[in-house]
Write a protein that binds this ligand. Structure first.
Ligand SMILES: *[C@@H]1O[C@H](CO)[C@@H](O)[C@H](O)[C@H]1NC(C)=O
Ligand SMILES: *[C@@H]1O[C@H](CO)[C@@H](O)[C@H](O)[C@H]1NC(C)=O
Ligand SMILES: *[C@@H]1O[C@H](CO)[C@@H](O)[C@H](O)[C@H]1NC(C)=O
Length: 331
């Protein structure tokens, strides 16, 4: 069964139509039984609604392009990274938030997001333990960690930190998380790099001067974290028997979109569609100011001051879907 999955996947990549985004759609029934997402707002699909966090995404114009136009707590105009991955892998069209008020039993079976914008991951292992059986070892664990720590904590208090020690500490925390999940039976991991934090609209606003340049020291911090993360994941790969951990570089594809945005049909890559973080709270989207939101979210690489638009996510995800199914489905 696994071999045909890879072969079909490859064929689909080679012959898939460009207007479908080139996403490798793993054939029905030959995919991961479930997707579990952990970490920050890149993969949060609404848990932050139920928790005390500074940043909130459950007010318009968030969700403007989401099915039904609902502000679900996703930090985006529509679907976020974890939804698009679940969709691309043909698991399901949306990845529900674990804390969603009407979560159905079968939602948990095929995966949920435990991530919460503004906070780390904890406490959820009990639920996973209940599920700990063969399904868990075949499920995909998606991890996005460190963006908030560096973009918020380090940005505000960087004078207090030594970046080398701080990035090591954050990578160690990601590594411990993977080991904990491994103990619970997880075997397949996709760990996202940081997004290009120095290029976020909010970084340009507060650190880029009059010309809204990208912020070099933040870029360097992100690059340092990413290279340490990649190194640590390779180390874990060879030290946790039977596991397969993919480092997923979303940093460089996003930088490419930002720097060559015209080539990819974007009009703007330095402002969020709904703000830059200058006046507004919540990373740049505020109900009162939503009339300032741009007309077409797809024309912006960034939806708000700190998060890519759905179209930007879609553009980077198609190759990832192929790599993930190719490299993680067979074991
Ligand atoms: C494993 O978990 C899945 C999902 O919770 C469940 O459907 C299945 O019956 C469980 N299998 C065993 C052997 O416990
Ligand atoms: C929005 O922008 C995208 C990307 O440039 C473009 O393909 C699409 O046609 C635009 N939609 C509208 C309604 O103008
Ligand atoms: C996919 O995997 C290939 C081979 O390992 C690698 O060279 C490429 O960079 C990966 N693509 C992405 C988008 O991760």
């Amino acid at each position: 069964m696994p071999v045909p999955a890879t072969a079909l996947c490859l064929i689909l990549v080679l012959f898939s139509t460009r207007n479908a985004g080139g996403v490798c759609l793993a054939p029905n029934k030959i995919t991961f039984p479930a997707l579990f997402a952990f970490g920050d707002s890149i993969v949060d699909t609404g848990n932050n609604n139920k928790r005390f966090t500074i940043a909130k995404a459950n007010i318009p114009p968030y969700g403007r392009d989401f099915p039904g136009g609902a502000a679900t707590g996703r930090f985006g105009n529509g679907k976020v990274f974890s939804d698009l991955l679940a969709e691309g892998l043909r698991i399901k069209p949306l990845l529900p938030a674990y804390l969603h008020p009407v979560l159905q039993g079968e939602d948990l079976e095929t995966g949920v997001s435990f991530a919460s914008g503004g906070s780390g991951f904890d406490e959820f292992t009990v639920k996973l333990q209940e599920k700990a059986n063969a399904t868990i070892s075949k499920s995909l664990f998606l991890v996005s960690q460190g963006n908030n720590d560096i973009a918020i904590t380090y940005f505000l208090f960087h004078f207090l930190y030594d970046i080398d020690a701080y990035t090591t500490q954050l990578v160690n925390s990601a590594s411990s998380f993977i080991k904990d999940m491994y103990e619970l039976g997880a075997r397949k991991f996709a760990c996202l790099s940081l997004i290009p934090l120095g290029y976020l609209p909010i970084s340009r606003t507060f650190g880029g001067g009059f010309q809204r340049n990208s912020v070099d020291w933040l870029t360097q911090a992100a690059v340092k974290f990413n290279s340490k993360l990649e190194h640590e994941l390779n180390h874990l790969n060879s030290n946790l028997p039977g596991t397969r951990i993919l480092y997923i570089d979303i940093y460089n594809p996003l930088v490419d979109l930002i720097q060559n945005h015209k080539k990819y049909g974007f009009e703007d890559s330095s402002h969020g569609c709904c703000g830059t973080g200058l006046i507004e709270l919540n990373y740049g989207c505020n109900e009162l100011l939503s009339s300032f939101t741009c007309c077409n979210s797809s024309s912006h690489v960034f939806w708000d001051a700190g998060h890519p638009s759905e179209r930007a996510y879609r553009m980077i995800i198609s190759q990832l879907v192929h790599n993930i199914s190719h490299q993680l489905l067979d074991i």
